[in-house]
Design a protein around this ligand. Structure first.
Ligand code: HEM
Ligand SMILES: *[C@@H]1O[C@H](CO)[C@@H](O)[C@H](O)[C@H]1NC(C)=O
Length: 346
């Protein structure tokens, strides 16, 4: 083992230890915990978000949510991946404020990178039930964040504690959602994009591991199959057998293909093993293994089985508190309908 490889492992072990110690004890039922992720010192979320936020006002919130998510995924497992992606797109623009859910002309939802987002009906259904039981209490932002976690767990992914108290934003602009990466970017711009959200290269690599579940429309990857960057040839980094499979599968742009060809319905580390076999579906997936800034992390996730799950949980809890609106922000509210700001709904 080379020296730098050992150093990397050490770094990852430290990350895991800090991830585990950042989580509260098993029973956080009667006390209020605040999230203390060391890397977020500058954000200072102390006493703004908390695990006990709905403890008095809507104690059944978590069980309603968990049951609903379970029910929907049982009917259609593909919704699990879609909910996780919806959360990614929500937090990527104006933080985790439910702005992706707003439905009006020129909202984020209408932007190009949002085109294949789905799962909105799950959030609407959960919201309706929660409004029946605890009116005007639980934000859409908290619902989406928690649904993404529960959906991940349903497919065998890790659990991470979600602190509550996010408020819903009132602003949603399509232009801002155009900046969300669509899979054609280079690693430098991905790293910069993540850094602009306070996320590291490690976060980029581990969160991309969400592509261990779910699918893409063929329209997103057809450019890799025939005329890659004007060469008149396929992307040379695709494994030839996999390329043949993709060409057969993707005759129409509206067809779907699994992001993880081997275990598409299980949240596991197979995604990283695929990258080593030149079977990354998006070019932004495959590039993680060819770029020297990201490939050591890919290797670490393939060699140490539990590392991915632990690190994913840690990075997701960091991700889920990006730029949140809280009680102290006047521009936040608790929407009664996740599709509309309150002013519009009456
Ligand atoms: C690193 C930058 C990322 C890029 C470039 C990217 C790009 C994409 C693209 C192009 C699709 C397929 C869209 C389609 O054609 O239907 C997709 C799907 C998906 N993405 Fe990402 N993504 C990124 C990061 C993330 C992150 C951070 C998460 C979550 C933590 C995530 C979760 C998902 C999931 C679960 C799907 C499958 C959705 C479904 O089956 O409905 N992605 N992503
Ligand atoms: C990466 O993409 C950005 C944005 O498209 C571009 O400005 C930059 O030159 C690219 N960098 C490399 C190293 O190709």
């Amino acid at each position: 083992m080379s020296n730098s490889y050992l150093q990397l492992l050490l770094v990852l072990v430290i990350y895991i230890i800090s991830a585990i110690s950042a989580q509260p004890h098993e029973n956080y039922d009667d006390s209020v915990f605040t999230l203390q992720v060391p890397t977020l010192e500058e954000t200072n979320l102390d006493n703004l978000l908390s695990f006990g936020y709905y403890h008095k006002s809507c104690p059944q919130f978590e069980s309603i949510l968990q049951n609903k998510v379970k029910e929907w995924i049982k009917k259609d497992y593909t919704l699990a991946a879609s909910l996780l992606r919806l959360h990614f797109h929500d937090c990527s623009v104006r933080g985790c404020d439910g702005s992706i859910l707003l439905k009006h002309e020129g909202s984020e939802r209408t932007a190009l990178p949002s085109k294949t987002l789905r799962g909105y009906e799950v959030i609407d259904d959960i919201k309706a039930e929660i409004e029946r039981q605890c009116p005007k209490t639980v934000s859409c932002a908290d619902i989406l964040t928690t649904a993404a976690r529960d959906a991940t767990v349903e497919l065998g992914g890790p659990y991470w504690p979600v602190p509550y108290g996010r408020k819903d934003g009132k602003v949603s602009v399509d232009k801002e959602a155009e900046l969300v990466p669509i899979g054609h970017e280079n690693i430098t711009s991905l790293i910069e994009y993540f850094q602009s959200k306070g996320l590291t290269v490690l976060d980029l690599v581990v969160l991309s591991g969400a592509h261990t579940i779910g699918r893409t429309t063929c329209g997103s990857i057809q450019y890799r199959l025939y005329n890659y960057r004007g060469t008149g040839k396929p992307d040379p980094t695709i494994d030839p057998k996999y390329l043949n499979y993709l060409k057969r599968k993707c005759r129409w742009a509206s067809e779907y293909v699994y992001l993880d060809a081997i275990t598409p319905k299980t949240f596991d580390r197979e995604y990283y093993l695929n990258l080593k076999k030149n079977m990354g579906l998006l070019s932004t997936d495959q590039l993680l293994y060819s770029d020297s800034r990201t490939s050591p992390f890919v290797s670490a996730f393939t060699t140490t089985p539990s590392l991915f799950q632990h690190q994913f949980a840690f990075s997701m809890s960091k991700f889920g508190v990006i730029d949140v609106l809280t009680d102290q922000d006047e521009d936040g509210e608790i929407r009664t309908n996740c599709n509309f700001v309150n002013d519009y709904s009456y």
